[in-house]
Write a protein that binds this ligand. Structure first.
Ligand code: PXP
Length: 240
């Protein structure tokens, strides 16, 4: 079975927020992505609300027909929001106000007790919890330790590799990370920086369950429409 595709529609909201208007609407984009075959929708409610707004999250929860994955920082404010809205899954990510996009994975090793508490609050609210981490053995081990059901392996280093050799090195780390996570009983997801050009080796990772892809699909949708953009990505994943 190929991994499922969850489309991240944050950057539809980025375009809307550039003019503080009502269009384009990320919920509308998500429904089109689902109609085209996406098996889940991902949004990131950032502390600074630079793209997705609280209202988008509430409406998305009502409208999404597949799975809703909410990316967020592990703050008390976000945990309270998630417990009210109840997405199907929460992916905890590190968040810095000054970054353009998420940089690096969550530091689990140094925050075990804190994350244990936040993960169990989310699970008590009925949500599955995934941790967005670098493919490193100790981060993976501690993700299982804090009680997460899943990890999302950060593919950013792979995506940014400037030589074929570096890309193969990053791919090997991701393969090893998938195997280690699976052996610990964790569901294996992956995402960040994935495009139509670099997706196929990642879609072939062992035990991979979900892919979260945003910027590249939203970018392509400007030229070919969301339906076609999602179908093309699904086709690449299926044929990986
Ligand atoms: N996964 C996580 C945890 C992310 O933070 C992001 C970016 O919001 C993505 C996946 C999607 O990355 P991209 O937009 O580069 O496809």
């Amino acid at each position: 079975m190929p991994p499922i595709l969850q489309v991240n529609v944050d950057h539809v909201a980025t375009l809307r927020q550039a003019r503080q208007t009502i269009e384009p609407d990320p919920v509308d984009a998500a429904l089109q992505a689902e109609q085209a075959g996406a098996q889940g929708i991902t949004i990131h409610l950032r502390e600074d609300r630079r793209h997705i707004q609280d209202r988008d999250l509430a409406v998305m929860r009502q409208m999404a027909q597949t799975r809703l994955n909410l990316e967020m920082g592990a703050t008390d404010e976000m945990i309270e929001i998630a417990c009210k809205v109840k997405p199907d899954m929460v992916t905890l990510v590190p968040e810095k106000r000054e970054e353009v996009t998420t940089e690096g994975g969550l530091e689990v090793v140094s925050q075990v007790e804190f994350l244990k508490k936040q993960v169990s609050r989310l699970q008590a609210g009925g949500m599955e919890v995934s941790l967005f981490i670098d493919p490193e053995a100790d981060q993976i081990k501690m993700s299982a330790q804090v009680g997460a059901q899943a990890v999302e392996l950060h593919t950013g280093e792979y995506a940014n590799a400037i030589s074929e050799e570096a890309r193969q090195t990053e791919l090997s780390r991701l393969i090893q990370g998938s195997e280690e996570a699976y052996a610990l009983g964790l569901q294996v997801n992956a995402g960040h920086g994935l495009t139509y050009f670099n997706i196929q080796p990642i879609a072939g990772l062992p035990y991979l369950n979900e892919l979260n892809i945003g910027h590249s699909i939203v970018s392509r949708s400007i030229y070919v429409g969301m339906t076609q953009a999602v179908r093309e990505m699904l086709e690449l994943i299926r044929n990986a």
